[in-house]
Ligand binder design. Structure first.
Ligand SMILES: Nc1ncnc2c1ncn2[C@@H]1O[C@H](COP(=O)(O)OP(=O)(O)OP(=O)(O)O)[C@@H](O)[C@H]1O
Ligand SMILES: [Mg+2]
Length: 244
């Protein structure tokens, strides 16, 4: 029993999904493996969040399938997918802003895994001193650290991160992304990282998928795709080479 080494953490095959009869993801196939960071890139509206939400069980595919560690999850609810070890760091960070850092962490930590609370402070030492501060009073970077810490505290082995860099200064992103890479490398977690910052994503990713209007326009190792980064930006992100 159990997943073999070759079984992907997440396998998406020919996935079609949309909203109220409007299809926005048209037959996407991708995989993510334990111990690696898989970046999902693409312009606004390309279908990144929709794909992530579907993997997390929040949207029902209209075609194709999603497997977590070899198990089909098309018919499962969010909480069942969470139980399979999937944690989502949503676009809006998903924190309870009126609660303190410690209280937010406790919401996500299983009783038998309280030790993990200390573990996350090792990963994010600056959160330790902010334990009693309300999440709403943290800086954007600190909130994002807390959102990551909450996802890790849930103990999942598959981490889906939607726009880590959203609203953050580049210098903050540069300090958070190596932590994401370390989670994959040192803990064997499978990370799917949705990003609009191509350069930052390529620096931490092992494998990359570029979405364009709900389809995979390009995929490959970060090195392969990185060689065409300016093409990606120009063609799929609408950014001309040389822009930030
Ligand atoms: N709840 C919804 N109802 C209807 N259409 C939606 C809904 N959410 C997203 N869409 C549409 O689906 C398409 C894909 O949206 P999605 O949020 O997946 O894009 P994205 O790649 O995450 O974009 P962004 O970079 O702006 O976050 C867009 O055209 C969007 O307008
Ligand atoms: Mg999105």
């Amino acid at each position: 029993m159990g997943a073999s080494v070759a079984t992907p953490a997440v396998l998406v095959e020919d996935l079609t999904v949309g909203y109220q009869g409007l299809t926005v993801v048209h037959g996407i196939s991708m995989r993510a493996d334990f111990g690696t960071v898989t970046a999902l890139l693409g312009a606004n509206g390309a279908g990144k969040t929709t794909t992530l939400m579907t993997i997390a069980g929040g949207l029902r595919p209209t075609g194709g399938r999603v497997e977590i560690m070899g198990q089909p999850v098309n018919r499962l609810a969010c909480h069942q997918v969470v139980r399979m070890g999937v944690s989502l760091v949503p676009e809006g960070r998903g924190l309870v802003y009126s609660m303190t850092v410690s209280e937010n962490l406790r919401l996500h930590t299983k009783r038998r895994a309280r030790r993990q609370a200390d573990e996350v402070f090792e990963l994010f030492p600056s959160l330790r001193d902010l334990r009693s501060r309300r999440a709403g009073l943290l800086s954007g970077g600190e909130q994002q650290m807390l959102a990551l810490a909450c996802a890790i505290s849930a103990g999942g082995r598959i981490l889906l991160i939607d726009e880590l860099s959203h609203g953050l200064a580049p210098v903050i992103v540069e300090t958070l992304l190596p932590t994401v890479r370390a989670l994959a490398r040192d803990r064997g977690i499978a990370v799917i990282l949705v990003e609009q910052h191509v350069d930052a994503a390529l620096r931490v990713a092992d494998f990359v998928y570029v979405l364009n209007r709900g389809r995979v326009a390009m995929s490959g190792s970060a090195d392969e795709v990185g060689g065409q980064a300016s093409d990606i930006e120009a063609s799929y992100l609408g950014i001309s080479a040389g822009d930030e």
